[in-house]
Design a protein around this ligand. Sequence first.
Ligand code: SF4
Ligand code: SF4
Length: 88
Amino acid sequence: MTTMGLTKGGQSWHPRYLEKLDESTCIGCGRCYNVCSRDVFDLKESEIEDDYGDDQLMMVMTIKDDSDCIGCQSCAKVCSKKCHTFSA
Ligand code: SF4
Ligand code: SF4
């Protein structure tokens, strides 16, 4: 459920909450983690197969607790890979 809010100046504010994060396109840069003021994300190790068939560890962002999201969409603004999806 999305509730409406107001900006400091009294304009209506429509939060769009984080719904999904595409781990397959994430490069683990950590920018969304750093910009988020809430406790939503967690950077984790993930095992991937490289071009030579060898297993490699890389960092990937995951959603720890999306119930803490305030719907500011700052995470998407700093993500160069368009990993985040939001509620309408
Ligand atoms: S929309 Fe805002 S509060 Fe929600 S996960 Fe992104 S940066 Fe954090
Ligand atoms: S900003 Fe995008 S690419 Fe960087 S860690 Fe977050 S989801 Fe991954």
